[in-house]
Design a binder for this molecule. Sequence first.
Ligand code: PAF
Length: 283
Amino acid sequence: MRIFHTVSGLREVLKACRLKGLRIGFVPTMGNLHEGHLALVEQARSSCDIVVCSIFVNALQFGLNEDWDKYPRTYQVDCDKLRDSGCDYLFHPEDTEMYPNGLDTQSRVICPSMTDVLCGASRPGHFEGVTTVVTKLFNIVQPDEAIFGIKDYQQLAVIRRMVEDLCMPMQITAAPIHREADGLAMSSRNTYITADERPNVVVLKESLEWIAEQIKTGARNFTELETMAIQRIADAGFKTDYITVSNSKTLDPAAEDDLEITILGAIFTRAARLIDNLSINLD
Ligand code: PAF
């Protein structure tokens, strides 16, 4: 695996790959890699000739009171994992390489749709930071295919919409959620969960599954289901950010006759905010 810290270095080697007609797959990450990330690399490996990964903890997508400074940075271990999982090129830029003119005057990519609800409601500016850095990374790598995890369902939906709206010439591939043995969705932020909280955080996934079962058996009062799930989460000791039954494509609150539904949730532990989701098709 070759490692690049500059845009120009990576571009040069990728230009040569493109000239040879090789298909380039891209997996953007913020590091602290777990099996879920490595499955994205594997997915890219299966459909592309060259796999590029990036590790960049993007300050632009963190709010002022969020965890940018304490976000787990495990670069050496991440490199070993990427090397073993078949990544060809790793892009690991400094902040000054990605934002040479600073953050304040950085041009932004704004997607007006789906970005101020759910995670966007409690993390203002977050998705603008994501769409801006992902656009920059896409422009640097110019992949044929980019792979994103379904765990960040809203992020995936926003990126798909951005790629469509801005005619970005690439395929966006969604990869399944990877889970711990008890069902907790894998996330770099799971390291913030304390030992006493850990056995109970699975309540998020279980609550989403419970809602899905109710809907499959005919329940259509989504607000009532959301309220009951929030109570269940409170009983397990956690505050809910949101539990929402949404239209899978628009992320608007689901209508009673919607056939493709995604149930999304976010809860707070003492030091982490955990998200999960579950899609059902009622066709
Ligand atoms: O999902 C992530 O890890 C980040 O939001 C991403 C897509 C790498 C952009 O910084």
